[in-house]
Design a protein around this ligand. Structure first.
Ligand code: KIV
Ligand code: ZN
Length: 505
């Protein structure tokens, strides 16, 4: 096989990242974008873990018919039945069964013998196979398991019907050379390995997830599990954009390809960052803000003469717009539409009209409108939370001799106008207290970040917050040229998410 299957687990392992809380709409939006990106498999969730995960998998399976939609399950019969219920409407459903394989997990977590684990693996894979033909099995913590035992488990699950066997470096412990040897060992020692695709799933605890994945591919693995922007449990998973671009840029070395439309990478990265609330570090390979910026004079000189002198990838190949054209208030609908399409947005007529009005409003306050301004504005426009309360008006008075005071007016669920005022330690605190007096839902603010989207005094300020209520974290984002307004929007965004979850939307 000269293709590597790209298995995206942003919606499952990625969503396990501490502080993430995606609602159903957001999961569906990410799944739709992953479809556009061309991933082969979307792991949409872990149905037995919560009602929300079940519903997310069911919805993604219902909506997307091209990619394989995968549901994760622990190796127990109820979990597998639940996974099947969730995924059965997919065009191409898959169930992914996992069970620990290392002695350390068997002794301290499962408290089961190797024989018991073998039996559970065999029985649960057979159960899954009674529902469908596409079954993946993962021996968790494989990189710390006894290789001889690992070979035995893989042989048993393939015999029971597994069609993909995934080798997880669950705790990000392996080094590239070791991990490559492990894959070669599996290919050489599991007698029926030819009946299954060998997959890898690497975590980034030592910053080696991508290196380990690539080494495994070199050794013969033909499916790689990864996430957009590398988000995931603890230090995260192998980053999809880095693996895909490494395979593409160094095709001379790997001699392999993928089905990914790389021009959708940047857009997907922005969407995932926007919806999860995890910013992408500026120096992040492929999608970071500095990934294609040249600072040193020598480098700039080289790039101007021939880009390949210091650029191994064309930014356009990952979907970073080529033009640095700046829009302003004199720009018309046509120029705005062109720009949106270059940035990867296709809006329906109604959304476009609204976006264009927002653009004009912004252009009245800000002279030059850059790509980042547009992205932030569209994200704001498309923010998919059902609004229970709408922020109608916010006003603050503050200063070095004033006690910060905020007046807030919200439109309530039945259209009622609700106004209140509060004092605070600072203007944002006063706004949040005034909103709390109206909405009345106890919560704790655990994170507040404000950053400017572009340079300049008239830049848009983007506020990201996280609030905690009954042990669940909700993310909120807001953007405006006034950071107090952006803060109020972010808080309302988080509160509306919380309310939507409580009301089961
Ligand atoms: O890291 C891991 O081992 C996993 C498995 C469920 C594949 O996420
Ligand atoms: Zn994992």
């Amino acid at each position: 096989m000269d293709k590597v299957i790209i298995f995206d687990t942003t919606l499952r392992d990625g969503e396990q990242a501490a502080g993430t809380s995606l609602n159903l709409q957001e999961k569906l939006e990410i799944a739709g974008q992953l479809d556009k990106l061309g991933v082969d498999v979307i792991e949409a969730g872990f149905p037995a873990s919560s009602a929300g995960d079940f519903e997310a998998v069911r919805l993604v399976a219902h909506e997307l018919k091209r990619p394989t939609i995968c549901a994760l399950s622990l190796a127990n019969i109820e979990g597998i039945d639940r996974a099947w219920e969730a995924v059965k409407e997919a065009g191409h459903p898959r169930i992914h069964v996992f069970l620990s394989a290392s002695d350390i997990h068997l002794a301290h977590q499962l408290k089961k013998s190797r024989d018991e684990v073998l039996k559970m693996s065999r029985e649960t894979v057979a159960r899954a196979r009674s529902y469908l033909d596409d079954i993946e099995f993962s021996p968790m913590d494989a990189s710390r398991a006894d290789p001889a035992y690992l070979y035995q488990i893989l042989e048993v699950v393939i015999e029971a019907g597994a069609t993909t066997v995934n080798v997880p470096d669950t705790v990000g412990y392996a080094t590239p050379q070791e991990f490559g040897s492990l894959i070669r060992g599996i290919l050489d020692n599991v007698p029926n390995i030819g009946k299954a695709v060998v997959s890898v799933h690497c975590h980034d605890d030592l910053g080696l997830a991508v290196a380990n994945s690539l080494e495994a591919i070199k050794a013969g693995a033909r499916q790689v599990e990864c996430t957009i922007n590398g988000i995931g449990e603890r230090a995260g998973n192998a980053s999809m954009e880095e693996i895909v671009m490494a395979l593409r840029t160094r095709r001379d070395f790997f001699k392999l390809s993928t089905n990914i439309d790389t021009t959708q990478i940047y857009r997907t990265s922005r969407l995932v960052s926007e919806l999860t609330g995890f910013p992408v570090q500026p120096n992040k390979a492929v999608v970071g803000a500095n990934a294609f910026r040249h600072q040193s004079g020598i480098h700039q000189d080289g790039v101007l003469k021939k880009s390949m002198t210091y650029e191994i990838m064309d930014p356009r190949s990952v979907g970073i717009p080529s033009s640095s054209l700046v829009l302003s208030k004199v720009s018309g609908r046509h120029a705005f539409k062109e720009r949106l399409s270059e940035l990867g947005y296709t809006l329906n007529e109604e959304d476009f009209d609204r976006a264009f009005q927002d653009f004009k409003r912004l252009a009245d306050k800000k002279r030059d409108i850059t790509d980042r301004d547009i992205e932030s504005m569209i994200a704001e426009e498309l923010r998919t939370v059902t609004e229970v309360y709408h922020l109608d008006h916010v006003e603050v008075s503050c200063g070095n001799h004033n006690i910060p005071t905020a007046t807030v007016r919200l439109i309530g669920p039945e259209g009622q106008v609700l106004a209140d005022a509060a004092l605070g330690a600072g203007p944002v605190d006063a706004v949040y207290k005034a909103i709390n007096r109206i909405v009345g839902i106890p919560n704790r603010l655990t994170e507040f970040t404000v950053k400017s989207i572009t340079e300049g005094i008239d830049a848009i300020g983007e506020v990201l917050i996280r609030i905690e209520s009954e042990d669940v974290t909700y993310t909120g984002r807001g953007a405006a040229t006034d950071i107090i307004v952006a803060s109020a929007k972010a808080y309302m965004n988080a509160l509306n998410r919380l309310l939507a979850v409580r009301e089961g939307k």
